[in-house]
Design a protein around this ligand. Structure first.
Ligand code: SF4
Length: 167
């Protein structure tokens, strides 16, 4: 299966626009970034979801939920190491050429049952004073008070299945 250059460029433009709008930065090494994005396009075609291009995906959405890009580990890795595991997303300093991305350990638990999508939701009991339940995006921490989680996180674009009941 081949990628068209247009598909990769279209996804690059989308991710870049979303990143700029929401305070994230794509790696400024454009050829490297395009290779990663090509991996996302390939995984979308192969599995039907954009599994992380640097990790071994299962191919089943529920199993891969924590590593659908942006993965559940992105923000903590940017905070601690200046880049996500693949270095598709980087810190402002790296984006501006003031620092370099270094290799980092994979934060994803090796044991399946320890992965976020298989954890019991830890949110407190629903607060009867609130008119709506509160949902938290596992990827970026966005909170939404409404009857159902948003279909897509407005900040990081993670889908509904990646929200936990927060309170
Ligand atoms: S955000 Fe996560 S899933 Fe996306 S490229 Fe980076 S490490 Fe991979």
């Amino acid at each position: 299966m081949t990628n068209t250059k247009e598909e990769v460029e279209a996804l690059f433009n989308k991710l870049d626009a979303d990143a700029r709008k929401n305070g994230y930065f794509l790696n400024p090494d454009t050829p490297f970034t395009m290779e990663l994005i090509e991996g996302l396009v390939e995984n979308e075609k192969r599995f039907g979801h954009q599994a992380c291009p640097c990790r071994l995906a299962d191919g089943v959405k529920e199993e891969d939920l924590d590593i659908i890009c942006p993965c559940d580990y992105r923000d903590a890795d940017i905070e601690n190491f200046g880049a996500c595991y693949c270095a598709l997303y980087v810190s402002k300093d790296i984006a501006e050429g003031k620092a370099q991305a270094e290799p980092l350990p994979d934060r994803r638990p090796t044991k399946r049952d320890e992965r976020p999508q298989f954890q019991e939701q830890t949110g407190g009991a629903p607060d009867s004073k609130l008119s709506h339940p509160v949902w938290r995006c596992r990827v970026c921490g966005y909170l939404a008070a409404r009857d159902e989680p948003p279909g897509v996180c407005p900040i990081c674009k993670a889908t509904k299945e990646r929200f936990d009941r927060f309170m």
